[in-house]
Ligand binder design. Structure first.
Ligand SMILES: Nc1nc2c(ncn2[C@@H]2O[C@H](COP(=O)(O)OP(=O)(O)OP(=O)(O)O)[C@@H](O)[C@H]2O)c(=O)[nH]1
Ligand SMILES: [Mg+2]
Length: 417
């Protein structure tokens, strides 16, 4: 936060102004703002706006002031928001909770996405509910629990009158957020231009205000069985152009989502959340302990359905680990996960030395996973793989994290291209 404030101060204030965490920006004169010329500063002074505080207090009148003082409205709004952030910045509490913002035009599907994430009811009922959702009035705050993680979701209602509000008062919405999810209705081609213009103005503003959190784009209503390749290609291109024009760092991901494919939404969320919370690291740390306890230099937890590799620990070099991973994944094909109980041992060679790979079934969160351990020398050791002992340890150590990651891993973001 402090870093963001000092960057913002550097951006709008002249070099000779002292900027540090103790600076009280309120009484600073407008002549310290480098983005205003003398003529504009004089005009502002003539209507009694002389300090950063004065400008902050008049945020309601930016349209009028812009005309009176001949300052471009977009520039005045940015300066005004910057002043408010600098003045309030020191007192803003930064929460440890994850806060995500959903923005996008009205009717793009933001509330529907939230309803789906919150769902405790059968899908059919949720779909019925979603069909009758009223437009969101202004800001809607929700708190959801995703496998034990508490997530604050803020939906910015997309009707035009609200959109201008967020751009005018960005400090009220964006300051302590972790990610902005921009939702675009991929079925409504008529509104692509309007939607992209809104997205661009948000990106420009966040960039100016030094709020460089990840910007994720959901091309929503990408319902199964609808061919949207042409639109997807067009939007990808447009988004790339916007990113280039604004100089924003490339959005981390563009997702195709639909409420008729719930996994597309949960996977997009878990994917973007796994970047924000250290779930993967927790799993890997726990696996280190489990591997050590089992005297195995390598272990992995896998999901046989999708051949997804969930995590592993290795005492080998990176190169060796990669090779082992490939061997483990290739052998996974041979396993029939419906088998009631199995312990499969394979002897393989790695760099001309024998390695023994064991696979056994383990249950985590009532689901069957495959635990694989690799031993280098003793074949005997592998017979010690005891799933009845392993399952409770795994459940205890990584049950929650697995559940959370699983959703994202089982169905990786659905991309048409
Ligand atoms: N076909 C299809 N329709 C969807 C999907 N998601 C939402 N909808 C429909 O889109 C309409 C608008 O959804 P909302 O979630 O209310 O839109 P919103 O973005 O919250 O709109 P505002 O609150 O006004 O900003 C609803 O009638 C939903 O049924 C989807 O994935 N596919
Ligand atoms: Mg809504």
């Amino acid at each position: 936060m402090r870093n963001m404030l000092s960057k913002l101060a550097d951006k709008i204030l002249l070099e000779n102004i002292e900027k540090n965490q103790f600076t009280d920006y309120r009484k600073l004169g407008l002549d310290s703002i480098k983005l205003l010329n003398k003529d504009q500063i004089d005009k502002l002074a003539s209507i009694n706006i002389k300090t950063l505080e004065d400008l902050s207090n008049h945020w309601m009148d930016t349209n009028k002031i812009s005309e009176q003082c001949d300052i471009k409205l977009s520039l005045l709004e940015k300066i005004s928001a910057s002043c408010r952030i600098l003045i309030r910045g020191k007192n803003i509490e930064v929460s440890d909770e994850v806060k995500l913002i959903l923005a996008g035009l009205d009717n793009s599907g933001k509330s529907s996405i939230i309803s789906l994430l919150k769902r405790k009811k059968p899908l059919l009922e949720i779909h019925r509910e979603i069909n009758n959702l009223p437009p969101t009035t202004g800001l809607m705050r929700e708190e959801i629990d995703l496998s034990g993680l508490s997530i604050r979701l803020w939906e910015l209602g997309g009707q035009e009158q609200y959109r201008t509000q967020y751009l005018k008062e960005p400090e009220m919405y964006f300051l302590d957020s972790h990610t902005l999810i921009f939702v675009l209705d991929i079925q409504n081609q008529k509104r692509f231009e309007e939607s992209l213009a809104y997205m661009k103005s948000l990106i420009e503003l966040l960039k100016f205000l030094e709020l460089p959190f990840p910007f994720q784009i959901f091309l929503h209503k990408a319902d199964p069985n609808i061919d949207l390749i042409a639109y997807k290609t067009q939007l990808d291109e447009n988004i790339k152009n916007i990113v280039r024009e604004t100089g924003w760092k490339v959005p981390e991901e563009i997702y195709l989502t639909s409420i008729f494919d719930p996994a597309s939404i949960t996977s997009a969320f878990t994917n973007l959340l796994s970047r924000l919370v250290p779930i993967k690291t927790w799993i890997e740390e726990s696996l280190v302990n489990i591997a050590i306890a089992n005297k195995s230099p390598f272990c992995a937890i896998l999901n046989s359905d999708t051949l997804v590799y969930l995590g592993m620990y290795s005492a080998f070099t990176h190169d060796h680990t990669e090779k082992l991973k490939q061997i483990v994944l290739r052998n996974l094909h041979k396993i029939n996960p419906s088998e009631e109980f199995f312990l499969i041992i394979e002897q393989k060679e790695l760099d001309k030395k024998p390695v023994y790979i064991g696979f056994t079934d383990v249950t985590i969160n009532h689901r069957k996973f495959i635990y694989s351990a690799v031993y280098t020398s003793k074949r005997d050791a592998i017979t010690n793989l005891d799933r009845d002992k392993l399952s409770p340890i795994l459940q205890e150590d990584i049950g929650k994290e697995i559940e959370f990651l699983r959703i994202s891993m089982v169905s990786a973001p659905r991309m048409l291209a």
